[in-house]
Unconditional design. Structure first.
Length: 396
């Protein structure tokens, strides 16, 4: 097995159990390794620190599989890790009975580059690293054993794979395509999940708890949901008793799915829902010019800053929508604002939101900090895993 030898002092992050080894930390690779091969990780004195997946094309040159130098990386390793991740979720009461569930949350479950989401008897995987790509067969076998799922679909088509020198891949890895649409029920609302053409693995499971919170706040309220995608927040607001929900997205296909989702819930009053296909930045300004006001506004935009180097540009975008959001709030109204950008930390996001309130001439306070659902854990040694952050802010 090849040995990855670290520069002096660069072993500190590994000793703190951070799973990423950047190219600047690598002194040399002693031996030959292909993309995805397992390498021994050594400090500059030759002490064995663990084992990692080698990725010669990426700035993250290796990802730690284990911090135990004696542990073997084989099929049995993936069976243990995946079974343990599934078992952890089974111990959490808040996750019991969920029909949509994240089973594996990459580094935070000790499996860098692996996402696995379960929708009923279907599991959707994303293999975003050279290491997970190499162990694809073992991962599929371990998921089948741990879950008993009928089928597994591969959605390894994210741009992150390009950074690993990998081509996008999609297709069925286990079982046959379902005969009918995949439907899940979340907090009493039925939603269609498009695992083949939808965003990510087909649905944003990380926002489950925050959608439920909106439903609890929505009774008697007028709600504006921006970047609504397929209507997850919108339908929860309607189920919670909102008097009107206006939902805005730039994708007509997403809005078509949202409309279909509403139709799946005959108990919800369709007359209270309005779907608007528009650029959110432009629509917020139009609504302000029209003198509209809302009791609750949801701002859940796409990733504006995929990395820290995009933070400045992204900050301007987050502030822009937040300023206009604050201007549209009725007195005492609430803004639910989110960032899923890894390059924007919680402290910076709060600063952006505070600046937006100031520029909008609003006094506001944080009622609650918002985060991903419990099936999206964050390893203590891997703060980068806390990509989703949000604020529930009430304005005077």
């Amino acid at each position: 097995m090849a040995q990855l030898i670290l520069e002096k002092g660069k072993e500190r992050s590994v000793l703190r159990r951070h799973p990423w080894i950047f190219v600047t930390s690598v002194k040399e690779l002693d031996g030959r390794a292909r993309a995805g091969d397992t390498v021994d990780v050594m400090d500059h004195r030759g002490k064995l620190l663990g084992k990692a997946a080698w990725s010669p094309e990426s700035q993250i040159r290796a990802r730690m599989w284990t911090f135990d130098g004696e542990e073997t990386i084989d099929d049995a390793f993936f069976k243990r890790r995946i079974a343990a991740a599934v078992a952890r979720r089974q111990t959490l009461p808040v996750l019991k009975g969920q029909q949509g569930l994240r089973l594996i949350h990459a580094e935070s479950d000790g499996l860098p580059g692996l996402i696995a989401d379960q929708y009923g008897d279907t599991v959707v995987v994303q293999l975003t690293s050279a290491g997970t790509d190499k162990w694809r067969k073992a991962i599929v076998g371990a998921l089948v054993k741990a879950t008993g799922c009928a089928r597994i679909f591969d959605r390894s088509d994210s741009d992150v794979r390009k950074l690993e020198g990998l081509e996008p891949v999609t297709g069925w890895l286990h079982g046959d395509a379902p005969m009918e649409d995949i439907l899940i029920e979340e907090n009493g609302v039925v939603m269609k999940v498009d695992i083949i053409g939808g965003h990510k693995t087909g649905f944003y499971l990380d926002q489950r708890d925050n959608r439920h919170l909106l439903g609890q706040l929505a009774a008697g309220k007028r709600v504006l949901n921006c970047f609504c995608y397929t209507g997850g927040f919108s339908l929860q607001a309607l189920a919670g008793g909102a008097t009107e929900v206006i939902s805005v997205d730039s994708s007509q296909p997403a809005l078509d799915t949202a409309t279909a989702n509403l139709a799946l819930n005959p108990n919800l009053d369709t007359s209270r829902a309005q779907w608007v296909c528009a650029n959110v930045f432009d629509e917020l300004r139009r609504l302000k010019e029209a003198g509209e006001q809302f009791d609750i506004i949801v701002l859940d935009p796409p990733k504006f800053a995929p990395s820290a180097r995009h933070a400045e540009t992204a900050s301007r975008a987050y502030k822009d929508i937040a300023i206009n959001g604050f201007k549209l709030l009725a007195p005492g109204g609430m803004l639910m604002t989110y960032s899923c950008s890894g390059g924007i930390g919680l402290e910076l996001f709060q600063q952006i939101t505070a600046g937006a309130a100031l520029d909008a001439g609003k006094e506001a306070r944080i009622v609650q900090r918002l985060q991903g659902a419990a099936d999206h854990p964050v390893a203590l040694a891997f703060p980068e895993g806390e990509y989703l952050k949000g604020l529930l802010v009430q304005a005077e």
